[in-house]
Design a protein around this ligand. Structure first.
Ligand SMILES: [Zn+2]
Ligand SMILES: [Zn+2]
Length: 202
């Protein structure tokens, strides 16, 4: 492997111990926005559904910036707690997760078809017609969870990118704005319309 100077510099740089206050506030806000939006849109069932994925992503991001793992882990946890406290996210009680609480003894007995393949259920079967259907369903759920977690992380990355961008000046009206995309030169839809009219014949 070729000698990598930047990797060495990164290693020898003094590790950071904490996050600056304003940056931390921006991360907390971004997390609040993402978890509220997914919960409101019915993508997650609770505000804490993305907890594990966001924690891991925050921690690895801070580690890559040179923070030591235990500090990054603690910082990520503190940020998450702050975001959960602000959105009013609460952990469900243990009993609320149990089948008798969820089903109320009613829903369980009304299902007559497999939740995976819709085939008929035997009287002793509750949800799936076969172990194969139970496994497929579990895999499908896990995959869907992963997709949603990845989308949440991508939105957080985008928010971080946006926050790090210097203000730009709109090419039409001259107002400063925070870009949402790297190639953005106009502040909003009004100026985009003006710009479009000006470039119609070009
Ligand atoms: Zn089935
Ligand atoms: Zn403008």
């Amino acid at each position: 492997m070729p000698f990598d100077m930047s990797a060495l510099l990164k290693k020898t740089r003094k590790p950071k111990a904490g996050l600056r206050v304003h940056r931390r506030a921006a991360i907390v806000q971004a997390i609040c926005d993402v978890i509220r939006e997914d919960w409101r849109n019915g993508i997650t069932t609770t505000l804490i559904s993305h907890e594990g994925a966001i924690w891991a992503a925050l921690r690895s991001g801070l580690c890559l910036e040179g923070m030591r793992w235990p500090d990054a882990d603690k910082a990520a946890r503190d940020i998450l707690h702050q975001a959960f406290a602000r959105t009013g996210a609460k952990r469900p009680a243990w009993k609320e997760g149990q089948p008798e609480w969820c089903d109320g003894g009613v829903i369980r007995d009304t299902r007559t078809n497999c939740a995976q393949c819709d085939g008929p259920l035997e009287p002793q079967q509750k949800t799936f017609c076969s172990p194969r259907c139970a496994n497929s369903n579990r895999a499908k759920m896990a995959n869907q969870d992963n997709i949603e977690e990845m989308r949440a992380i991508q939105r957080l990355r985008k928010a971080r990118w946006q926050a790090a961008q210097p203000d730009r000046q709109c090419h039409v009206c001259g107002t400063s704005f925070k870009p949402k995309r790297s190639n953005q030169i106009l502040c909003g839809t009004d100026c985009a319309a003006t710009w479009g009219r000006g470039h119609q014949h070009g």
